[in-house]
Design a protein around this ligand. Structure first.
Ligand code: NAP
Ligand code: ZN
Ligand code: ZN
Length: 348
């Protein structure tokens, strides 16, 4: 029994991904199965496989930016029908009972969300395997509807990169009259620029890649700051309401903190797996805050996709075949992707 699935997997930490065939579980009553169309490559996949975030359960099929078509529905499933477009993100289950789950903040489940890969499902025995695969099985409660007017390959990255930037922008009220900074124009950062611009904020991109300026402005940024430039921050002191740090490496946060105005907030989103250093004296003079934010809950995930449908927002992608995954990892680490690699599941 089971659903035979082709995938790419890490068979060990720090090794290259290789083709891997495994069985997904048969459908439970409230499950749907999905024929996967595209899966995005998130830097979190890379951190995980490299062992930068701790233990790795191998064989590990990464991927938590998954879109496809519903291929079957369980006996009690009613949210989807066969043929519907569907998306899966960073978690596939949660406790469903805690204060955060019942508030639709399953990403902050007090008992721990069930990640899409690198762990077990809530039964404690079925390995959760991710989206670099041609088939997927999930409880329908943790899947979302995809607007039909969007190019599907550009939707896949919305399932992590999209929601991860949409959520803090909404939480900290980005909009007209607000100055928002986005550090790092990668997979997450470029979605932040698109969302912040669509919400009406004044957007500044901080990048260490000079060649990304034209793209940043085309995506809706009003300003581009080369963060490595001498005096890059001199004119910017105490001017931002909100700065979102999406950088995958540990950077010096102080120049950004000094760029926040009274009550401004720096939200840490990038997770390099190493600590940031902080001189708290930079916080006090303007009551500045430093905060964190992690993906978003199921209602907000659907809200974000609907927003993208209405505003015609997708990710800028480079569609690749599965055999290019290892090269794509290297290029992502080198900040050389415009702006998300997406695997065409037909090539698995
Ligand atoms: P990405 O596509 O690789 O983008 C990261 C960007 O950071 C790069 O494009 C580059 O932008 C900048 N950067 C990289 N190395 C740098 C360095 N040494 N110094 C300065 N800037 C550097 O990665 P991503 O997929 O967007 O993910 C970004 C981070 O967010 C990762 O750590 C990931 O694990 C984390 N993440 C967090 C959440 C969450 O819920 N909080 C969700 C998903 C991912 P420029 O070339 O423009 O400088
Ligand atoms: Zn991700
Ligand atoms: Zn919970």
């Amino acid at each position: 029994m089971g659903i035979t699935t082709r995938s790419y997997a890490a068979m060990d930490v720090k090794t290259e991904l290789v083709p891997f065939t495994f069985e997904r579980r048969d459908l439970r009553a409230s499950d749907i199965s999905i024929d996967v169309s595209f899966a995005g490559i998130c830097h979190s996949d890379i951190h995980t496989v490299a062992g930068e975030w701790g233990s790795v359960l191998t064989p590990l099929v990464p991927g938590h930016e998954v879109v496809g078509t519903v291929s079957a529905v369980g006996t009690s499933a009613s949210k989807f029908k066969v043929g519907d477009l569907v998306g899966v993100g960073v978690f596939v289950d949660s406790c469903r009972e805690c204060e955060n789950c019942t508030a639709g903040l399953e990403n902050y489940c007090s008992n721990g969300m069930t990640g899409t890969y690198n762990g077990y499902e809530r039964d404690g025995v079925t390995p959760a395997q991710g989206g670099y695969s041609n088939r997927f099985v999930i409880d329908e409660k943790y899947a979302v509807h995809v607007p039909a007017n969007l190019a599907l390959e550009g939707v896949a990255p919305l399932m992590c990169a999209g929601i991860t930037l949409y959520s803090p922008l909404k939480h900290w009220n980005a909009g007209p009259g607000k100055k928002v900074g986005v550090i790092g124009l990668g997979g997450l950062g470029h979605m932040g620029v698109k969302f912040a611009a669509a919400l009406g904020a004044e957007v500044t991109v901080f990048s260490h890649s000079e060649n990304k300026k034209a793209d940043a402005l085309a995506m809706g940024a009003d300003h581009f700051v080369l963060s490595t430039g001498a005096d890059a921050f001199r004119e910017l002191a105490s001017s931002f309401d909100l700065i979102l740090n999406t950088v995958s490496a540990e950077i010096d946060l102080h120049p950004y903190l000094r760029s926040l105005k009274l009550d401004g907030t720096l939200v840490v989103i990038g997770l390099p797996g190493k600590p940031y250093s902080l001189d708290a004296s930079v916080l006090l003079p303007a009551r500045r805050s430093i905060a964190g934010s992690m993906i978003g809950g199921m209602p907000e995930l659907q809200e974000m996709l609907n927003f993208c449908g209405e505003h015609n927002i997708t990710s800028d992608v480079e569609v690749i075949s599965a055999e290019y995954i290892n090269e794509a990892y290297k290029r992502t680490v080198a900040s050389d992707v415009k702006y998300r690699f997406v695997i065409d599941a037909k090539t698995l």
